[in-house]
Design a binder for this molecule. Sequence first.
Ligand code: ADP
Length: 508
Amino acid sequence: MTQRFVLAIDQGTTSTRCIVFDRHARLAGLAQRAQRQRYPRSGWVEQDALEIWRTVERIVPAALRDAGITGEQVAAIGIANQRETTVVWDRRTGVPVRPAIVWQDVRTEELVDQLRNAPGAQRITELSGLPLATYFAAPRLRWLLDHIDGLRERADRGDVLFGTMESWLIWNLTGGPDGGAHVTDVTNAGRTLLMNLSTRQWDPELLRFFDIPPTMLPRIEPSTGDFGTARAVLPGVRIGAALGDQHAALFGQTCFAPGEAECTYGTGGFLMMNTGTELVRSEHGLLTTIGYQVGPEPVYALEGPIAVTGSLVQWLRDIVGLIATAPEIETLASTVDDNGGCYLVPAFSGLYAPHWRGDARGLLIGLTSYVTKGHLARAALEATAWQTRDVLEAMNADAGLRATSLRVAGGMATNNLLMQTIADVLDIPVMRPLVTETVSLGAAYAAGLSVGFWPDLQGLRHNWKVAAQWRPAPDRHTRDDEYELWQRAVHLSFGWARPADGKPPKPE
Ligand code: ADP
């Protein structure tokens, strides 16, 4: 019998990759291509959605070639994507009306400030689980409707469609202008500010608040919903799943039980904890989100985004010149035994979860003549560990259950000293899996489940193999003392930016 595979498309912020997985969740083939980001004005970040679609057309066949298989051997396609990036396109021509507005784009700051004072603003978090912020898609869609002549009329007539990246790709894969499926999944829809977290449908009150015509919105499906069958690129292959990238990481790390938590450490850090089938509303500064939905009921999660983790290492390398390569930070930090009393709060553009302080700015404190470059390197790594503890403590408080371990992935997860430090300051084991492509794997798992390629969640758990594990050191007391100092440093960073130069990236 011919061997079968599942194909994952991970449409990320800086690149799009395509990975072919075999039945044992081993990586059989891979192709990747970076995409251009444009910064036409301060605070604006754009991408060309057509370029991204053309990239998919090229990397899917390239990944099949790399795996040495044909399209007929693909059992299903799974899609994971950068979340909140907004595309509006013409239903007849398939041409986007403007470049895609990327999730980091803050052009909607003024609009969001106005909306914050509009009647009904206080209901948004209750309905959507999210704070009203530039981070999410609805303000971007509203911005497009307000700034493109005639767009609202075209939307009312049903001539233009809105979607995040998975919608855009699925529409193109399933035929585009020729009957393409206009559809999204609950995890992506849940990041627009337009979906009701309880009904998992577009919420009429939220649509009214943002003044969005329902005619332009995709149908919302579970993560393993009905996304149609590809007619382009891989004709005849079913699209089995779609999930936002961090949700796919939670799934790929097989965090299927309440209290199971994972963190992807890249440019920023994204910590997610499974909170089970009951919706947990955060009272400690986290986002309430749908982790995934692979059956009739969704599994909820709490998420704590950390703005600066790996980008601090990049800054020390590219701007400060403390190190020549990212891995060198570990070598330098290993020249000393501790931080020498020094703390680095990387609040370069405010602090995200759980503080949400747009007025915070970075600080380095505790300096004495004793402090060396090694101490600075250690303080920089510890900043990621302490920030993780801030988020995890908020999660434990919100969820009423304690995470017993943390599964990690991303570029920084290769840093052993950092992983040990995280285990120490969280006082739980940290584990890195053999397959660190957790986003692609999550999309593949969900797609494979939807077509019966993998029978159940239990089977997927068996595929998760630990490659490295760090256990907390026993000297817990010192770590608690140090954590108190870190918290003092964080509080000192608050309020440094004056309102004119530091609008909050998110509400408090
Ligand atoms: P992204 O997906 O956000 O682009 P990656 O998962 O590829 O990020 O990780 C890249 C980030 O990880 C960079 O910010 C880099 O500075 C950081 N990084 C890479 N290797 C190391 C290392 N050995 N120690 C610390 N940070 C690292």
